[in-house]
Design a protein around this ligand. Structure first.
Ligand code: WT7
Length: 632
């Protein structure tokens, strides 16, 4: 395969070349894509002007590279094997030629609904084939997709729709999710009470559950698709034209709409997939993420297709009908490359051993993990029980903002070190800094993880708020992209990610900003103010707890919990539920009024000797009172 690093020496050569001859390194790779017009400049802009551009002046469409060229060269190769939530429902196969036709039909449906280049199209669907097809169709006509994970609430959906001013929402009647049914269309209806921008809703029939259709606004997608032409010319896109917006939580405020652009993202999704996973022509790749998250964007919708791979797309959940579902599915399709999250691994490890032991799993060649630091026990279990100590594990560190993998072992090429993401990919220049922003050179080292220069896949802005983009990522250490993560670097330069160093909690691999959760908790009629932190959890990695000041100090935390959680499910979704509440008389605050969550984290962990200097607090006496409340 062209420009794939296949030995450690080649990785080293590629890495050095990407640092020293950046332009020619990426130009060579860009030439492997199809363009309507060549680029003028490989890269421009930097982390000071925040006007980063890759392949500027070039024109392409990501779908001609993900679909048309394979539909031409390998039309009958399988692109997608779709596995239903229900193991008894027949799977669906799409070759590249069939997938292109489906995408074209969907593209024509969108066009007929008046969707034009640059318009935002919101998807609120489960993992049905039409989600993937719709996302690609949006890209084909030059519109901008914004996929909202089907587990978010109506309010969260409405907030995202309004933020990006979507004019159309695409959903399904209901979603199958294990033995549960999620009423997506009903939730959409509720969300749309507050979204004046939305003129059209297309609803896919999936469960045939009862939904109400609003005349003049709602239409059945199935019928429109069936009647649409299978031909649709791709829109000519400039390299820096937006491809999608995806929302993610940060340490302050409401979720941010990270905006990715066409050519740089295409390059990054494609190159990282190729180098990290090292799939060959006959391999079967399976990323178990949902397209509602960045992992699903880069390693379902784009990376594998850009490389002409065959992949499994799964509608269901790992534990239904039983905890053998992943393993049975791997055997059913002879999956060679399996990519999942530590939280799923831990959940399955906690189930009866027979589920994994009864499976054959001999087709597997490479295992991947993503989303949070993987603990040693889970790593060993994955390695032994799933990989039979025969499959390299790629621990891939990256973020919604980075567009694709940044630090990872290249499977079979560079060394695997348990629980370490290991080495940066070509193009990625990392730096560890201390709290004063000084670079820590030499090895070993530990500090805050930054990136020194632009790589093709970096999100270019926060939709509609470039200043917030600067503030969030480039103001802590001016001139550098700050990831929000801490990391260690060993004597050989291998990175181990230690986790978030900001007010972001990683619950089951999902990023949740504590500020957003607090905003919702504070709306509870019995609560004055709250502070939310993450605490360790066996399966989810972290879970949320709140310290809350109630109007009446006699309030009972256990009684408050269910109604607070109802509120959180309503404002954000089930992933934001609290594990527990501790009633406190006050919160530790700095003189400028900021909650010192660091102090609360130490109290929750019972690390009272590590509280640090609390004398600078506005209310130092509160610390002992919180410790006492915690013990109650
Ligand atoms: C945050 C990004 C990237 C797709 C899924 C999550 C954590 C991600 C790893 C890993 C340790 C990891 C980081 C990062 N994270 N992968 N392999 N090892 N931590 O995307 O929702 O944007 O979250 O997930 O803390 O900052 P996201």
């Amino acid at each position: 395969m062209k420009f794939r690093a296949e030995s450690i020496n080649q990785y080293n050569e590629f890495y050095t070349e990407s640092m020293e001859q950046t332009e020619s390194y990426w130009a060579k790779r860009a030439e492997t894509f199809e363009w309507f017009k060549q680029w003028d400049e490989v890269v421009s802009g930097n982390f000071n002007d925040l006007n980063v551009k890759w392949f500027d002046g070039g024109q392409t469409n990501i779908t001609i590279n993900a679909l048309d060229r394979h539909a031409k060269n390998t039309p009958d190769k399988l692109a997608i094997i779709w596995e239903s939530n229900d193991p008894n429902e027949e799977e669906i196969y799409f070759t590249y030629s069939q997938l292109l036709k489906k995408v074209n039909q969907f593209s024509n449906v969108l066009k007929n609904q008046g969707v034009r280049k640059g318009d935002r199209v919101c998807f609120y669907m489960s993992m049905v084939p039409e989600l993937l097809i719709g996302v690609l169709a949006t890209a084909r006509i030059g519109a901008v997709h914004s996929v909202v994970f089907g587990g978010f609430s109506a309010k969260a959906l409405a907030g995202r729709i309004n933020d990006c001013d979507a004019k159309i929402v695409i959903t399904n009647d209901e979603a199958y999710r294990g033995d549960k049914i999620i009423p997506l269309k009903n939730i959409t209806d509720n969300a749309l009470e507050d979204t004046p921008c939305v003129k059209t809703v297309l609803c896919l029939e999936r469960t045939k559950g009862k939904v109400s259709m609003q005349a003049g606004r709602d239409q059945w997608l199935n019928e429109l698709l069936a009647n649409a032409s299978t031909e649709c010319e791709p829109e000519v896109m400039n390299s820096e034209d937006p491809l999608f917006i995806l929302y993610t939580s940060g340490s302050t405020g409401q979720p941010k709409g990270l905006q990715h652009t066409t050519a740089g993202y295409m390059m990054w999704a494609s190159e990282t997939y190729k180098n990290v996973f090292q799939t060959d022509d006959d391999d079967i790749f399976w990323c178990s993420a949902d397209i509602g998250w960045i992992t699903g964007h880069s390693y379902i919708s784009y990376g594998p297709l850009l490389n002409g791979s065959t992949q499994v797309m799964f509608e269901g959940v790992p534990t239904w009908p039983d905890a053998g579902r992943f393993w049975k599915t791997i055997d059913k399709y002879k999956v060679t490359h399996f990519y999942t999250a530590p939280t799923a691994i831990r959940a399955l490890e906690a189930c009866e051993a027979k589920f994994v032991e009864e499976a054959n799993l001999s087709s597997l060649k490479v295992l991947g993990t993503v989303g949070e630091p993987i603990n040693e026990e889970a790593w060993n279990w994955y390695n032994e029980k799933v990989g039979k100590k025969n499959c390299p594990i790629v621990d891939t560190w990256w973020q919604t903002e980075t567009g694709g993998i940044m630090v990872s072992t290249l499977a079979g090429v560079t060394p695997v070190i348990p629980c370490h993401a290991t080495l940066p990919l070509p193009g990625v220049e990392l730096m560890l800094v201390d709290t004063d922003g000084k670079e820590i050179s030499g090895n070993p080292a530990e500090g805050n993880l930054c990136v020194k220069r632009p790589w093709p896949g970096i999100a270019r802005t926060i939709y509609g708020d470039h200043e917030r983009y600067r503030q969030t990522y480039f103001s802590t250490y001016p001139g550098y992209y700050f990831t929000g993560d801490g990391a260690k670097r060993d004597e050989n330069g291998n990175y181990r990610i230690t986790g978030r160093v900001d007010d972001v909690v990683n619950v089951a691999g999902h990023r949740i900003g504590t500020a957003e959760v607090e905003d919702a908790v504070n709306e509870h009629k019995e609560i004055v103010e709250s502070a939310v932190i993450g605490i360790p959890h066996d399966i989810k990695g972290e879970t949320l707890m709140a310290f809350a000041i109630p109007f009446k100090q006699s309030a009972n935390a256990k009684e408050l919990l269910p109604t607070v959680n109802t509120l959180l499910v309503d404002h954000i979704g089930p992933i934001a539920k609290l594990e527990k509440i501790v009633i406190v008389p006050g919160l530790p605050k700095t003189r400028s009024g900021k909650i010192m969550r660091r102090v609360l984290r130490k109290i929750a962990a019972n690390e009272l000797d590590k509280l640090g200097d609390t004398s600078t607090l506005l209310n130092p006496e509160i610390v002992d009172e919180i410790i006492a409340a915690m013990k109650k």
